[in-house]
Design a protein around this ligand. Structure first.
Ligand SMILES: [Fe+2]
Length: 460
């Protein structure tokens, strides 16, 4: 636990997107913190450099986490509005009128501003490499970070978030040995991975599915029912009420959502096998969401299980390619995934699924059990240096954020890669850094030691 314990906060504040409505591009941001359920009066104040006085954020609201085996606590949340896009601001947390934490951050960017984001997945494993990646990401000073799943190992449990997530991304000291204070300064956004919602769930463990308690993200996806179709299983019956009471409408609707940042639109999806992405209603929601974002310069999608993967590990898990036709039609630029613990960048590609593999809902079980066949059209002239206008979608696997690497031997065996794979780095942990300058995008893959492993430019 942190020094902040004396002030009854369990973890320092962290920045979240908040429950943003579809298409809301304002520079709002949520500040979230955990504290004991006592009578303390909590408040958040903020100011920009030009302000002489602190302003009050409205709230807070809280979720009660009263779940067996973990200390009862509240997840407090305030929304800061009326910030000026892209401007730095200070915020402070007050308990009973006394400041207990002060942080600095930069407001969400507007349509015309340049910005930078970082992507890494499969991270919360409490490893030396996770700390190094956290530190290097901090040095990159991104405007936001996207985690495409497997946020916290082994089972996405409340009891694992402390050691495997908060202690590293809220490290007071920024160093390769400790991690960095990323969460207090940078908005983190996450998709649920298999370890966050459904796998490695100890039988009867009460504190699973922390994703739905600790992340405050948009609830603008298709409404889903707890334990119903396309939902992860709730905790077992003795813990279900307490969990659902705490999570409220976030469970399970927060599985899928979208948001805008600057001139980009983002779609975040739950790619776990219990979601049937051949469900016509879900497919329509994806198509409509991307269509609505047609005016945005860039469209990005992030989810856990990659649709296109050359690694021997998890080679069977490529069912998400069944959404390629929608992504192609709606002109998605890059799809980011994790799950496979290495870095892979595809050639720009178009994929036409075999009709037999995409017939109806009942085939979903077959789709998740077998590789999805189809026809590829690869842009082999795109090199990201002199030819920067891709014909097709670039699929990036950035799953080397901390957990043990997969298939290090394949890095030097290009003959083992699928034809769609252009770059494959599996011998060192790494993360993705993307700079957006209007119609120009620069993508770099950076190692845990700060060296550049891959670099491309994409222009429109
Ligand atoms: Fe995974």
């Amino acid at each position: 636990m942190r020094p902040a314990d004396q002030d009854r906060t369990i973890w320092n504040p962290y920045l979240q997107l908040g429950n943003v409505a579809l298409g809301d591009s304002s520079a709002r941001i949520d500040v979230v913190w955990h504290a004991s359920p006592d009578a303390s009066r909590w408040a958040v104040e903020y100011k920009e450099a030009s302000d002489t006085v602190w302003k009050s954020a409205s709230g807070p609201h809280f979720r009660l986490v009263d779940i067996r085996s973990v200390p009862t606590h509240r997840v407090y949340d305030v929304t800061i509005t009326s910030l000026r896009p892209g401007r730095p601001f200070d915020y402070r947390l007050l308990r009973n009128g006394v400041s207990v934490f002060t942080g600095q951050a930069v407001a969400k960017n507007s349509e015309r501003q340049n910005y930078r984001f970082v992507v890494f997945g499969d991270c919360g494993a409490n490893t030396a490499s996770q700390r190094k990646v956290a530190y290097q990401s901090y040095l990159a000073k991104p405007n936001f970070i996207v985690i495409p799943g497997d946020i916290v190992y082994e089972g996405g449990r409340i009891s694992e978030y402390g050691s495997n997530f908060f202690s590293i991304y809220e490290s007071a000291e920024a160093s390769p040995e400790q991690g960095a204070p990323l969460l207090t300064s940078t908005t983190m956004i996450a998709a649920p991975g298999n370890h966050d919602t459904n796998e490695e769930r100890d039988e009867g463990a009460p504190d699973v599915l922390a994703y739905f308690l600790y992340w405050i993200q948009p609830l603008n996806g298709p409404p889903l029912k707890p334990g119903g179709p396309n939902s992860p299983a709730p905790p077992d019956a003795t813990n279900e009420f307490a969990f659902e009471n705490g999570a409220g409408p976030a469970f399970p609707t927060m599985e899928n959502f979208s948001f805008d940042w600057g001139n980009s639109h983002w779609l975040i999806l739950d790619s776990n096998y219990y979601v049937n992405w051949n469900d016509p209603d879900l497919r329509k929601w994806v198509a409509d969401d991307l269509k609505r974002a047609n005016a945005k310069q860039w469209r990005f999608v992030a989810f856990h299980h990659p649709g296109f993967n050359s690694s021997r590990e998890h080679f069977e898990d490529q069912w998400m390619r069944c959404l390629s036709d929608i992504f192609q039609r709606e002109k998605v630029d890059i799809v980011f995934s994790g799950h496979v613990h290495n870095y892979q960048r595809s050639r720009p590609l178009n994929f036409q699924i075999d009709p037999a593999d995409n017939s109806d809902n009942t085939s979903w079980k077959n789709i998740i059990a077998n590789p999805v066949d189809g026809t590829f059209s690869l842009d082999t002239t795109f090199d990201g240096v002199s030819k920067t206008d891709p014909h097709g979608i670039i699929y990036v696997v950035s799953g080397a954020g901390g957990e043990t690497l997969y298939n290090p031997e394949q890095q030097t065996e290009p003959e083992s890669w699928q034809k769609f794979t252009s770059k494959f780095v599996s011998q060192i942990h790494s993360f993705t850094v993307v700079d957006i300058h209007g119609k120009s995008l620069a993508l770099k893959q950076v190692s845990e030691d700060g060296s550049v492993l891959d670099q491309i430019r994409v222009t429109k």
